[in-house]
Design a binder for this molecule. Structure first.
Ligand SMILES: NC(=O)c1ccc[n+]([C@@H]2O[C@H](COP(=O)([O-])OP(=O)(O)OC[C@H]3O[C@@H](n4cnc5c(N)ncnc54)[C@H](O)[C@@H]3O)[C@@H](O)[C@H]2O)c1
Length: 322
């Protein structure tokens, strides 16, 4: 199989690439398990995964010539992860529209022109929901984004579904929870603190939490979400309901509970490195996101959430130690 990951040098793109290479097989559009022959990693920055099956292409997905180069006639599947994240898309409306919407549509158009409709996995987000919602949020809750990023993801989902309905692609849109703990530096996502309040204290650095302790989040570990992305790719089309969108399972946790878990795992002095100072811009965005989901389709497809936040921290510490 020839696979493409856009955003292949990013946090999840890199992990997905490693996991796919380790597995070596995936289910193709005809339902057959096939071995991974070529994995193309497209990103504006250089991908770091090294393997004879990997081709890394540096380029801008919003450039049609780059899309032509990346999605060739023999492409079996596309994992579309490239995006500018929530805080960035909110601060720079035009950049968000260009990357999250225009490039997504151009990529879908390219896939549509292939002789064999490829599988297309789109990483959407819980940010397609916001405002007054049923509690818990069920799979068929209305799309009510309250940010530009959420609106761009919602439009992407509708395009993925419509092109699937037309038979142009075999699409799947996975609404990811907030993924934590993300290693490295803070990014421009409004949810960046959800990793920072764990990662920085564990490295001996103070972290500012920009939302109130009682703020609830719907989170997932990187390990679980990568497994769920692969399940979302492999699952048979007949298993979906009337759309191709899935609320990916997660864990509901308050920020206070996250810090308590940090205290249990790493001790009082580490947890005391979290300082509380509300940032009105981030707080406003995060407040629009629901945290209480009751996903049914995702678990029925074989997706799983994490059982507790302490295990997510343990996973992160183990990863950092290796
Ligand atoms: N991490 C999360 O908590 C989370 C939650 C919900 C949804 N998502 C979605 O999952 C996907 C992956 O997220 P991530 O956390 O790995 O983000 P990330 O920022 O680490 O990775 C995204 C990658 O896309 C690349 N990119 C941006 N613009 C591009 C362009 N024009 N052309 C080519 N590449 C471009 C970036 O360089 C980056 O490496 C995104 O679509 C994101 O919206 C992530």
């Amino acid at each position: 199989m020839r696979l493409v990951i856009t955003g292949g040098a990013g946090f999840l793109g890199t992990r997905l690439a490693r996991k796919l290479l380790e597995r070596g097989t995936l289910v193709d559009a005809a339902g057959n398990a096939r071995s991974l022959r070529r994995l193309v990693l497209l990103d504006v920055v250089a991908a770091t995964v090294i393997d004879p099956r990997v081709t890394a292409i540096a380029g801008d997905l919003a450039d049609p010539a780059v899309i032509e180069r990346v999605v060739t006639a023999d492409t079996d599947s596309v994992f579309h992860l490239a995006a500018v994240v929530s805080g960035h898309a909110e601060a720079e409306f035009d950049t968000g529209m260009r990357v999250n919407l225009d490039a997504t549509r151009a990529l879908l158009e390219r896939c549509r022109k292939l002789d064999r409709p490829p599988k297309f996995v789109f990483t959407s987000s819980l940010a397609v929901f916001g405002g007054q919602l049923p509690d818990p949020v069920l799979d068929d809750a209305p799309l009510t984004p309250q940010t530009s990023y959420g609106a761009q993801k919602a439009i992407g989902e509708l395009l993925v579904y419509d092109m699937t309905r037309k038979g142009y692609i075999d699409g799947r849109s996975l609404r990811l929870p907030t993924v934590t703990v993300r290693p490295g530096k803070p990014n421009k996502a409004a949810s960046s603190f959800a990793s920072g309040i764990i990662r920085e204290p564990l490295s001996g650095i103070d972290a500012v939490c920009p939302v109130a302790p009682e703020t609830q989040l719907w989170v997932t570990s990187p390990r679980r979400v990568i497994d769920n992305l692969i399940v979302g790719h492999d699952v048979a089309p007949a298993k979906f309901c009337q759309t191709r969108s899935v609320n990916v399972p997660g864990l509901r946790v308050s920020v206070e509970e996250m810090v308590s878990a940090l205290r249990r795992v790493a001790g009082d002095a580490v947890a005391a490195r979290v300082k509380w100072q509300i940032d009105p811009v981030i707080d406003k965005i995060v407040r629009t996101w629901p945290a209480n989901f009751a996903p049914r389709l995702g678990p029925a497809l074989g997706m799983n959430g994490d059982s507790d936040f302490g295990t997510i921290i343990d996973d992160y510490m183990q990863e950092m130690a290796t």
